[in-house]
Design a protein around this ligand. Structure first.
Ligand SMILES: C[S@@+](CC[C@H](N)C(=O)[O-])C[C@H]1O[C@@H](n2cnc3c(N)ncnc32)[C@H](O)[C@@H]1O
Length: 170
C-alpha cells in the first residue's frame, strides 16, 4: 500500500512541481502524500485563492499531516483516492485542475487501479493535468489509453530512480 521504503527525494519533488500550473490552478489534488514531501512544497507555491485537497489512506500519515497543516485552503482528508469524486464534492468542488499522484498503482489490483483512474478522469477539467511518478514504465500503455498527451521525465537522483508521467487531454 505504501509502495516505497523511503520518501521521495527533493530532486524528484522538483521535477513533479515544475509540471503543476500554479498560476492558473484553482483546485489541486494530491493522492498518497505519505510523509508530505510534495505536500509541503505544493503548499508553499499554492496561489492564495486556490484550494489544495490532499487524500491519504494511511492513518498515521494522515494524522501527522493533519497536525502540521493549518492553512484554510489546504484540506487534508483521511480516505481513499477511489472516493475522489465524493471527497471533492463534499468539499464543494466539482473539478480539479491538477492531480498529483504518488499512489503505488502497479501494486494495486487492476480493478482498484481502473477505479482510481476513472475517478481522476471524472474530476479533471478538460484541460487538467495528471502527474504520477512510478519506478517502472508499466503504466505507460494504460495512461496512453486514457490521455491524448503523455510525456515522461526521469529522476535519476531518487531511490529507486523514478519516471514522472505528465498526462493531459489538451
Ligand atoms: C509511495 S508512497 C508516496 C509518499 C510520498 N508522496 C513520497 O513520494 O515520498 C504512497 C502513499 O500512497 C498512500 N496510499 C495508498 N493507497 C492509497 C489510496 N487508495 N488512497 C490514498 N492514498 C493511498 C500510502 O499510504 C502512501 O502514503
Amino acid at each position: 500500500m505504501v509502495g516505497s521504503l523511503i520518501p521521495s527525494s527533493r530532486f524528484l519533488a522538483k521535477k513533479i512541481l515544475k509540471n503543476i500550473p500554479f498560476e492558473d490552478a484553482k483546485v489541486i489534488v494530491e493522492l498518497g502524500p505519505g510523509t508530505g514531501i510534495f505536500t509541503e512544497k505544493i503548499m508553499q507555491l499554492l496561489h492564495p485563492d486556490a484550494h489544495f485537497v490532499v487524500i491519504e489512506l494511511n492513518d498515521v500519515f494522515y494524522q501527522n499531516l493533519k497536525a502540521k497543516v493549518t492553512q484554510e485552503n489546504c484540506h487534508i482528508i483521511h480516505g481513499s483516492a477511489s472516493d475522489l469524486q465524493k471527497i471533492l464534492s463534499d468539499l464543494g468542488f466539482e473539478k480539479a485542475d491538477c492531480v498529483v499522484s504518488s499512489l503505488p498503482l502497479s501494486n494495486f489490483p487492476k480493478e482498484l487501479r481502473v477505479d482510481i483512474m476513472q475517478a481522476v478522469m471524472n474530476i479533471l477539467t478538460p484541460i487538467g493535468t495528471f502527474i504520477q511518478f512510478q519506478y517502472t514504465l508499466q503504466s505507460k500503455k494504460h495512461f496512453e489509453s486514457i490521455f491524448t498527451q503523455v510525456s515522461i521525465d526521469y529522476a535519476a537522483i531518487n531511490f529507486p530512480p523514478a519516471f514522472i508521467y505528465r498526462c493531459s487531454n489538451s
